[in-house]
Design a protein around this ligand. Structure first.
Ligand SMILES: *[C@@H]1O[C@H](CO)[C@@H](O)[C@H](O)[C@H]1NC(C)=O
Ligand SMILES: *[C@@H]1O[C@H](CO)[C@@H](O)[C@H](O)[C@H]1NC(C)=O
Ligand SMILES: *[C@@H]1O[C@H](CO)[C@@H](O)[C@H](O)[C@H]1NC(C)=O
Ligand SMILES: *[C@@H]1O[C@H](CO)[C@@H](O)[C@H](O)[C@H]1NC(C)=O
Ligand SMILES: *[C@@H]1O[C@H](CO)[C@@H](O)[C@H](O)[C@H]1NC(C)=O
Ligand SMILES: *[C@@H]1O[C@H](CO)[C@@H](O)[C@H](O)[C@H]1NC(C)=O
Ligand SMILES: *[C@@H]1O[C@H](CO)[C@@H](O)[C@H](O)[C@H]1NC(C)=O
Length: 364
C-alpha cells in the first residue's frame, strides 16, 4: 500500500474510533435525487442541429436519463408511455433532447407564452444556483409552442411567475412521428430538441456561471404533462373529469414540481463521454440538514402559527437532531413569523449552509 494511503487510512480509522457517530460521508443525509453527467460536445461529433429529430451522433453517443416516473414516486403506477431525456453542452447552450412515446399526438396552443400545459407537453426546470430562488421553467408542446418563465421563488413561498423573462437566442423544434390532431391515425412518439442559452439560465444567479465549468452541478428537473383524450367526431377532446398525469425524471413525492430541493442534479463534464463519475457535493450533508429543518419548521408553523428555535418541538429525523451528518441546526426565530438557520459542516474548510423561511438556501 502507498504510504500516504496507509496514513490516510489510519487517520480515518482513529477518527472513526474517537467519533463513532459522526460521518463525513457525502451521502450522509437525504437520499440523492436522480443524477446525470452532461458531456461537452466534441468537434468531431458535428454539433446538434435543432430540427426536432434527435438522431445526430451527439445524441447517439450519450445515455438516456432513467425513464420518467409518476411525480408522486416510484411506488405509483408506472406511466403508460415511456419518456426520457438526454443532455449535452457547449460554450453557449445546454442542449436537451426529449423522447415522448405517444399514440395520440395533439396540440392546441399556438401562442408563445400561452399556458402550454393545457396540452400534453415536455417541461424543463433549472435552478443553476441550487438556492431554490430565481429558477427557470420551460414548456413546449408537440407543435413547438413554447412558454419560458422565471419564478422568483416557489409558489408555496409566495413566488411570482414572470413570463416576460425571455430567452431570445433559444432554439427549439419538435418532430412528430405521424400526424398531429388526427385521432384516426395512431402515433408512436414525438421528440423535442432544445438549445437553452446558458446566459439566460444564469440570469439572477449569484453562484452559477455561463458557461459552466467542468465539475459544476446544477439542479434540474424534467416533467411531462399527459392528458387523457378521446376521439370525438374525428378530433381529440379531453376526457371530462380526469386530471392530467405528471411524469417526471426525479420523483417529487408530491404533485408539485415547484420543490427545487427535490430536483435531480446534473454535473457538467469536459471529459470524453462515459468517463466521468457523478460526485456528490461535499455540501450534501449540510444541505440535507437545512432542508429537513425547513420542512419541520413549516410543519410546526402549519399547526402552531409560529416558528420555534426549540428543536425538541420539531419532527426531525434522528440524523439531524443528533448531528450525525453535520452540526445540529442553529435556528434564529425572528418575531415568531420568520426564521433563519445555519448548519456547520464537520470539515471546517467547507462552507456553512443557511436557509430562510422563504426557502432560500445559501452557503457562506
Ligand atoms: C420580469 O422579467 C423581466 C425580464 O427579465 C424584467 O424586466 C422584469 O422586471 C421582471 N418582472 C418582475 C416583476 O420581476
Ligand atoms: C420553433 O420555435 C422557435 C422559437 O419560437 C422558432 O425559432 C423556430 O423556428 C420554430 N421551429 C420550427 C420548426 O417551426
Ligand atoms: C382543442 O381545441 C378545440 C377548439 O377549441 C377544442 O374543441 C378541443 O377540445 C381541444 N382539444 C383538446 C384535446 O384539448
Ligand atoms: C422532478 O420534479 C418532480 C416534481 O417536483 C419531482 O417529483 C422529481 O423528484 C424531480 N426529479 C428530478 C430528478 O429532478
Ligand atoms: C423545548 O421544548 C420541549 C418540548 O416542548 C420542552 O420540554 C422544553 O422545556 C423546551 N426547552 C426550552 C429551552 O424552552
Ligand atoms: C438571521 O437573522 C438574524 C436576525 O435578523 C440576523 O442577525 C442574522 O444575521 C441572520 N442570519 C443569517 C445566516 O442570515
Ligand atoms: C475537507 O474539505 C476540503 C475542501 O473540500 C477537502 O480538500 C478536504 O479533503 C476535506 N477533508 C476531509 C478530512 O474530508
Amino acid at each position: 500500500m502507498h504510504n500516504s494511503l496507509l496514513y490516510t487510512a489510519s487517520v480515518l480509522f482513529i477518527l472513526s474510533v474517537i467519533q463513532p457517530s459522526v460521518s463525513d460521508d457525502p451521502f450522509c443525509g437525504l437520499p440523492l435525487p436522480k443524477t446525470y453527467v452532461v458531456y461537452k460536445l466534441r468537434e468531431w461529433e458535428g454539433g446538434v442541429s435543432v430540427d426536432g429529430r434527435i438522431d445526430e451522433q451527439a445524441w447517439l453517443d450519450v445515455p438516456r436519463t432513467d425513464r420518467f416516473v409518476d411525480i408522486q414516486g416510484e411506488d405509483y403506477p408506472r406511466p403508460r408511455y415511456e419518456t426520457y431525456a438526454k443532455l449535452r453542452w457547449d460554450d453557449t447552450y445546454l442542449y436537451v433532447a426529449g423522447y415522448l412515446q405517444e399514440s395520440d399526438v395533439f396540440a392546441n396552443q399556438t401562442k408563445h407564452d400561452s399556458v402550454v400545459f393545457e396540452d400534453n407537453d415536455f417541461e424543463v426546470f433549472t435552478d443553476p444556483d441550487g438556492n431554490t430562488h430565481h429558477y427557470k421553467e420551460f414548456e413546449i408542446n408537440a407543435i413547438n409552442t413554447t412558454w419560458d418563465l422565471e419564478l422568483s421563488k416557489p409558489y408555496l413561498n409566495g413566488g411570482n411567475a414572470n413570463s416576460s423573462w425571455e430567452m431570445p437566442t433559444m432554439k427549439s423544434a419538435t418532430y412528430i412521428e405521424g400526424p398531429v390532431n388526427n385521432p384516426l391515425v395512431p402515433n408512436k412518439y414525438w421528440t423535442v430538441e432544445l438549445a437553452l442559452p446558458f446566459k439566460d439560465m444564469v440570469h439572477d444567479c449569484t453562484v452559477a456561471t455561463a458557461p459552466p465549468k467542468h465539475g459544476d452541478q446544477w439542479r434540474i428537473n424534467f416533467s411531462r404533462v399527459e392528458w387523457h383524450v378521446k376521439n370525438v367526431n374525428g378530433h381529440y377532446e379531453k376526457v371530462p373529469g380526469l386530471p392530467e398525469d405528471n411524469w417526471v425524471w426525479s420523483p417529487q413525492h408530491s404533485i408539485n414540481m415547484h420543490l427545487p430541493e427535490r430536483w435531480g442534479i446534473i454535473q457538467f463534464s469536459t471529459d470524453p463521454v462515459d468517463s466521468t463519475e457523478f460526485k456528490p457535493s461535499p455540501n450534501w450533508p449540510v444541505y440535507s440538514n437545512l432542508v429537513e429543518l425547513y420542512n419541520a419548521e413549516k410543519k410546526f408553523f402549519a399547526i402552531n402559527g409560529y416558528f420555534t428555535a426549540n428543536l425538541t418541538q420539531l419532527e426531525l429525523p434522528d440524523y439531524v437532531r443528533k448531528g450525525k451528518c453535520a452540526s445540529i441546526p442553529h435556528v434564529n426565530v425572528i418575531k415568531l413569523y420568520n426564521f433563519n438557520a445555519t448548519v456547520k459542516p464537520f470539515n471546517s474548510s467547507l462552507p456553512k449552509g443557511n436557509i430562510r423561511d422563504d426557502r432560500l438556501i445559501w452557503f457562506t
